[in-house]
Design a protein around this ligand. Structure first.
Ligand SMILES: [Zn+2]
Length: 273
């Protein structure tokens, strides 16, 4: 399928996805390319099927309302975090504090994120988050898969688990990069909550994010994660594209906020006279 002939309606998208997925699987089987398990696969031999599937996934877009809402929530989160002296202390001394303090700060950030994105409960109920921290150095082989973190949806959308790599190779000792990884995985909790909302709640007509909920729900139904070992398709999964884009912005914004905060602390108060 050519990119410019990408299907537009939901039934068209769904059937195009089924057809191309079957072709991709068949081509991979013929070539003996495994599409399951860890690590990314060589995609060059499958490029027509990948381009076709990418065109389908790219039709699954977040709405301008979601873009405005998430920018607003990100900024509200940073403001809340910097109102906590413990958070500011940890942020300013990130490399020197203990691993336990870094983990506690990430937990604190995660709870505040879930609160900020629930919009005081008007959009959805924040999910309860479980954490698993692991330490793994980067693999030596070039191009090998390296896990910085993972988010797993569970119990029908009511819980999710965040796993984060605390090794320095994963950027865990760099405040901005650690916040990037934690934000990325926690944002998936928001995606999961939105994605599962139509299954739990019937009244969606007036919801400001109803189009995004429907889109995420549809993306789940067509199993956009099925070929996530193919890097180009992984980056076309709507919630991965969103998490990568927003976590980069969050890293920049929170680092700037920290620099701005440090500057105000550096100012020596004028001597009393
Ligand atoms: Zn992700």
């Amino acid at each position: 399928m050519k990119q410019n002939s990408a299907p537009k309606t939901w039934p068209e998208l769904s059937s195009a996805c089924d057809q191309i997925s079957a072709r991709l699987q068949e081509a991979a089987d013929k070539l003996g390319i495994p599409l399951r398990g860890g690590g990314f696969v060589d995609q060059s031999a499958l490029k027509n099927e990948i381009a076709g599937l990418k065109a389908v996934y790219n039709e699954l877009k977040f709405s301008p309302a979601y873009e405005r809402w998430s920018e607003n929530r990100r900024k509200a989160l940073i403001k809340t975090l910097f109102s906590s002296p413990e958070f500011v202390h940890a942020a300013a001394n990130w490399e020197q504090i203990t691993p336990k303090m870094r983990q506690d700060t990430i937990r604190q950030m995660s709870l505040k994120l879930q609160e900020a994105y629930s919009n005081k409960g008007t959009l959805f109920t924040p999910k309860s988050v479980r954490f698993r921290f692991f330490e793994q150095e980067a693999p030596k082989e070039k191009g090998a898969y390296f896990e910085r973190g993972r988010a797993i949806n569970g119990l029908g959308g009511w819980h999710f688990t965040v796993s984060l790599n605390t090794h320095k190779d994963a950027g865990a000792l760099d405040f901005g990069r650690a916040m990037n990884a934690a934000f990325h995985e926690n944002l998936h909790g928001v995606h999961f909550a939105l994605m599962d909302y139509p299954d739990r709640c019937k009244e969606l007509d007036h919801h400001p994010l109803k189009d995004d909920m429907a889109m995420l729900n549809q993306a789940k139904q067509i199993q956009v994660e099925k070929f996530s070992r193919i890097l180009a398709l992984y980056h076309s999964i709507p919630w991965e594209a969103d998490a990568h884009r927003q976590s980069k912005l969050f890293e920049r914004e929170i680092t700037e906020a920290l620099h701005a905060h440090k500057k105000t602390q550096d100012v020596i108060p004028p001597a009393p006279h």
